[in-house]
Design a protein around this ligand. Structure first.
Ligand code: ATP
Ligand code: MG
Length: 455
């Protein structure tokens, strides 16, 4: 089984970045709009003072004996004084000629009626704001147009704008930070149901293939529905393979057992040596096939179960004791003494059926490959890891083959004449690995094999 998943990006990052990106764009937009609006209001303020100043000067213009006289009050210009000492320029024109004031201001263009015209002009690189208005003076026989322009630099305005901009920036930064925090919060709230689903599936027992029951958000419903369908199908096919393995074992072993009992019965009845020899060879072949079928099916069962480990608390010492009791008749036939040692109980988590199968194969090997009237010592240890050591007093594993004995169907030189299929150690090793453990084979200094099964 592989845990590698082809991952491309993260929903959480994508969502967070989108929200933060959106917030950044929004913040800049809000800044630009507020600044523009404030600039407009400030400009209107300056414009209305300029207009008041222009009209107070225009009001002071009179026509005396055909000549225009303007004796404008001091307040007309002093009302324009600012904190930033902005410079003020004025110009009074009669018809098209400059009557008084600065000639650096651009001449008024088509000023009509009472409306005041505002415009921003460039004066030696400085932007100045200018207001212009005109008035028609009518004398006894003259009629003349007086126009007045007042212009002012915009430093005070810039200072005000900068101050406001700074405040808007601070406000914008605060707004942005708040949105970032909210984005993280919103993202984790959105992702939470996904994570909950993943957790609930990860936490399940290996054979819990029941459908996901908890409510899920609308968008996740198709995913959960297909997951449930998949699990349904998996459940059915798992049950089918389990049934198939059991059925196959039964079908192969039963007829073999029948043939064997017939062969044995016939062996009792025939006297001729060559017939007896043939029958013995037959029985042996049947035993070989039966063993091979049994081991093959066990191996298949183990491969299948290893993917769906059924983890439960298993007392290894008790399991070994039970196995030993069951195998004592075989041991007695060879006068072998099975000796179990270990502390009170060694509890491990694992699949009891698999563990039993592995240990049975290891004890079976010790019985098969060690001489009669010997002893097999089985030691069950809890530390540092649950571990079982099986030592016998036989010839030990063939040293030059020891590394290959755990491969499928591999049998050692010493196995000649002994019934077996070469799958026992493969099974034991697969079981150990399925539990995250190892199977180590070694030979004892004083002779004899030692198989260490650790979890
Ligand atoms: N206790 C042992 N002492 C000496 N040799 C052993 C021992 N256990 C295993 N072997 C060697 O390792 C080989 C592989 O063992 P394994 O259990 O995999 O197969 P097997 O016993 O031949 O067949 P079976 O599948 O029926 O168990 C054996 O054929 C034997 O040569
Ligand atoms: Mg074996």
């Amino acid at each position: 089984m592989s845990d590698t998943v082809n991952v491309s990006g993260s929903l959480r990052t994508r969502l967070t970045l989108t929200l933060i990106g959106g917030a950044a764009v929004l913040t800049v937009l809000v800044f630009v709009v507020i600044r523009g609006y404030v600039a407009q209001i400030a400009q209107q303020g300056q414009d209305s003072i300029l207009a008041a100043s222009v009209s107070s000067i225009l009001d002071a213009a009179i026509l005396r004996e055909g000549a225009v006289e303007v004796d404008f009050p001091y307040a007309s210009l002093s009302m324009l004084s600012t904190d930033a000492d902005d410079r003020v320029f004025y110009a009074i024109y009669q018809d098209d000629g400059l009557l008084s004031g600065y000639d650096i201001l651009p001449e008024p263009t088509a000023v009509s009626g009472a409306a005041t015209v505002h415009r921003t002009v460039d004066l030696d690189g400085t932007a100045i704001r200018m207001a212009t208005a005109a008035r028609t003076l009518i004398g006894a026989d003259t009629r003349t147009i007086v126009s007045v322009s007042i212009a002012q630099t915009q430093e005070a305005l810039a200072v005000t704008l900068n101050r406001i901009s700074r405040n808007v920036v601070i406000f914008g930064a605060g707004f942005f930070l708040l949105t970032v925090v909210l984005s993280f919060w919103a993202t984790s709230t959105t992702i939470r149901p996904l994570r909950r689903l993943a957790n609930s599936i990860t936490r399940r027992g290996p054979d819990d293939l029941s459908p996901v029951a908890g409510p899920v958000p609308n968008e996740m419903a198709p995913l959960v529905a297909s997951l449930n369908r998949l699990m349904g199908r998996l459940d059915t096919s798992l049950k089918q393979s389990e049934d198939f393995i059991a059925e196959a074992a039964h079908r192969v072993r039963t007829p073999l057992a029948t043939v064997r009992s017939h062969a044995e019965a016939t062996l009792q009845r025939v006297d001729r040596d060559e017939n007896r020899m043939a029958l013995r060879a037959m029985i042996r072949a049947i035993d070989e096939s039966s063993r091979a079928a049994g081991q093959l099916l066990d191996h298949a069962m183990i491969t299948f179960r290893a993917d769906h480990l059924e983890r439960e608390q298993v007392d290894l010492l008790e399991m070994v004791r039970e196995l030993v009791i069951r195998m004592t008749p075989v041991a007695q036939m060879k006068d072998i003494n099975l000796h179990v040692t270990g502390v009170d109980s060694v509890v491990a988590t694992g699949d009891a059926i698999l563990l039993q199968n592995a240990l049975r194969n290891l004890i079976d090997n010790a019985l098969k490959y060690s001489p009669p009237e010997s002893e097999i010592a089985i030691q069950v240890m809890a530390h540092p890891k649950p571990r079982i050591e099986i030592r016998d007093q036989g010839p030990g594993f063939p040293p030059d083959e020891i590394d290959d004995l755990t491969t499928r169907f591999s049998r050692g030189d010493n196995a000649r004449g002994i019934i077996g299929s070469g799958l026992g150690l493969t099974i034991a090793q697969d079981v150990a690995e399925a539990h995250g453990g190892t199977l180590t084979l070694s030979n004892l200094p004083g002779g004899g094999a030692c198989a260490t099964f650790s979890l």
